[in-house]
Design a protein around this ligand. Structure first.
Ligand SMILES: [Zn+2]
Length: 174
């Protein structure tokens, strides 16, 4: 059968399709799955509809686009020059909502991790990010299953929020 598209068009289409499969959420999902983690995606019954939720680990993972969620000091988050005020207001609202979401989850005993789009871009940084997620999940699991759960959970909250914060730094600056 003759291709109705020119080679250039075809290659563009294939790139679009490929791009869809490698969007940030998919990178994280595939990696976690390959490491044996089982999770639910876009979980509607949890605040903020987390991209990935691991009940066994009481952890919700959000994969944030740097622009829409206003990643601080990140090149990918720069505003378009036109309608600057509009974008700034919109993104400020998103940021407030993200904070509220994380607080709601925390109140329900869930840990949250925020992974930024830019942390999944370059291969070496991406690998570091993915390994970091697994490390935090493993530590969380151990702590959740320790005796004296209450105390462990409390400490874990602290270490998770610190670890999650370390994910928030812009790897470009490293
Ligand atoms: Zn970023």
């Amino acid at each position: 059968m003759t291709d109705i598209f020119s080679p250039e068009q075809r290659s563009h289409i294939m790139q679009q399709i490929k791009g869809k499969n490698t969007k940030p959420e998919m990178i994280v999902r595939k990696y976690l799955f390959s490491k044996g983690f089982r999770y639910r995606v876009n979980v509607k019954h949890l605040p903020g509809k987390p991209d990935i939720a691991l009940r066994k680990y009481r952890t919700a993972i959000f994969i944030h686009g740097c622009f829409w969620h206003g990643h601080e000091d990140c090149k990918l988050a720069s505003h378009p020059q036109s309608n600057k005020e509009y974008w700034e207001a919109k993104i400020a609202r998103n940021k407030v909502r993200d904070i509220e979401t994380r607080e709601k989850l925390k109140a329900m005993g869930w840990n949250t991790m925020v992974i930024w789009e830019c942390q999944l871009r370059k291969a070496d940084i991406r690998q570091q990010t993915l390994e970091g997620i697994v490390q935090i999940l493993d530590e969380t699991f151990i702590k959740l299953n320790q005796p004296h759960k209450t105390a462990a959970l409390y400490n874990q909250e602290e270490s998770i929020s610190q670890a999650a914060e370390s994910f928030s730094y812009n790897p470009e600056n490293k």
